[in-house]
Ligand binder design. Structure first.
Ligand code: PLP
Length: 393
């Protein structure tokens, strides 16, 4: 029996596991200190009432013979796929329900999609970025090229004459930098993909945080994108589903490579390896896309964005460079005094009892940067920034 040796090429520990471990160790040594974590990107506001009501009703349905549901459709229930289509129509994007695949979250599908691509593709991944793209491709033994996000390009890398890739990951609004591609920039990526027969894997997990109406919240708002892009979305941050688990992946019917429809390949993959998201969860997800549901989740997102504003104001006051926070729950800051990322992590934990995420954990270009998240309570965030200012003064 030979194991998959590609696993030896992975970094030893997953970033957030290391952050948690460091916090645990610090707490053990300082049991009286209250630590505020602006580190791991998990939501804190409970599910909205409209969602809870829909899920409660679905639970009762599951307990009665005439409304019970067994296995559902591999691609998700039609009622939810239609609700997603309605949501896209609001963005000016027309999708048909067979282009939408309900998932148990974006993370699974971002990894699973690799099943339909051959191993000899060259994959282009921004640095810094959400670590899952890199790790899933390392596991599959694929060749990875990195594209630099840095201060010069405001952490929004663009294609250039030297770019050579078949699969391109884009994440906008970006985790960890909070940077968002504008229409002109996304159009350049779509043009590149069309000219080079490449496929863009567009991660829109944070699309609901976009407030600026001029910014694209779906790659399909760009002409030609249906011929070259798969889009991954999640209800995790949009509607507090990190523990409930639901997302959706859009694979347009127009998307073909090597004479094959990627939509058909993905359906074949899903029907073989995936048995769907629970009926109860899909009913909750359907409620997100109702008028009442949308207005309730908008209120929650506004709460997080107000937290982001508190963080941004404190950083502005201290004269610290940062990106994000306006159309994203993440704030990406340059570590003061040229500290390295983990150095600043220790400094902040020890001096302010505030935890964040070291930028270097998102790629080598993240070294010297640091991510704060706006997912806490307003009181905690205000207190964290008060301590942050005191520590830095
Ligand atoms: N994509 C990005 C950029 C993320 O930051 C996350 C979660 O943090 C995900 C995808 C995964 O989300 P889900 O909870 O839907 O798996």
């Amino acid at each position: 029996m030979n194991i998959n040796k590609n696993y030896f090429d992975l970094k030893e520990s997953y970033l957030f596991a290391k952050v948690s471990q460091k916090i645990r160790e610090y707490k053990a040594q300082n049991p009286n200190n209250e630590i505020i974590s602006l580190g791991v990107g998990d939501v804190t506001i409970p599910l909205a009432p409209k969602i809870v009501a829909a899920m409660s009703k679905a639970v009762l349905e599951m307990g009665a013979a005439d409304t019970f549901h067994g296995y559902g459709d591999y691609e998700g229930y039609l009622f939810l796929r239609q609700a997603v289509c309605g949501y896209y129509a609001g963005k000016g994007v027309r999708l048909s329900d067979d282009e939408v695949f309900i998932s148990d979250g974006a993370k699974s599908d971002l990894g699973n999609i690799l099943d339909i691509f051959s191993e000899d593709n060259t994959v282009l991944i921004p640095d810094p970025v959400y670590p899952v793209y890199v790790d899933t491709n390392i596991m599959a033994g694929r060749r990875i090229e990195y594209m630099d996000g840095n201060l010069e390009n405001c952490f929004l890398p663009m294609p250039n004459a030297g770019t050579k890739a078949n699969i391109i990951y884009l994440c906008s609004p970006n985790n960890p930098t909070g940077a968002v591609y504008n229409k002109e920039q996304l159009s350049q990526w779509v043009k590149y993909a069309l000219e080079n027969d490449a496929v863009i894997l567009f991660d829109g997990a944070y699309e609901a945080f976009i407030q600026d109406g001029g910014l694209p919240s779906s790659i399909y708002q760009i002409d030609g994108a249906k011929k070259c892009a798969v889009e991954f979305c999640s209800l995790s941050k949009t509607a507090g589903f990190t523990g409930t688990r639901c997302g959706y992946t859009v694979v347009p019917r127009e998307l073909e490579r090597g004479g094959a429809s990627l939509n058909k390949l993905w359906l074949r993959r899903q029907s073989t390896k995936f048995n769907g998201v629970p009926y109860i969860v899909q009913r909750g997800a359907e409620a997100v896309f109702t008028g009442e549901g949308l207005s309730q989740i908008k209120r929650d997102i506004a709460y997080y964005l107000e937290n982001a504003r508190i963080i941004a104001d404190a950083l502005t006051e201290l004269g610290i460079w940062f990106a994000g926070g306006r159309n994203s729950p993440y704030i990406w800051l340059k570590c003061p005094d040229n500290m390295l990322s983990w150095e600043f992590f220790d400094f902040l934990l020890e001096r302010a009892n505030v935890a964040g995420t070291p930028g270097s954990g998102f790629g080598s270009n993240g070294e010297g940067f640091f991510r704060l998240t706006a997912f806490g309570s307003c009181e905690n965030i205000s207190e964290a920034m008060r301590r942050f200012k005191t520590a830095l003064d």
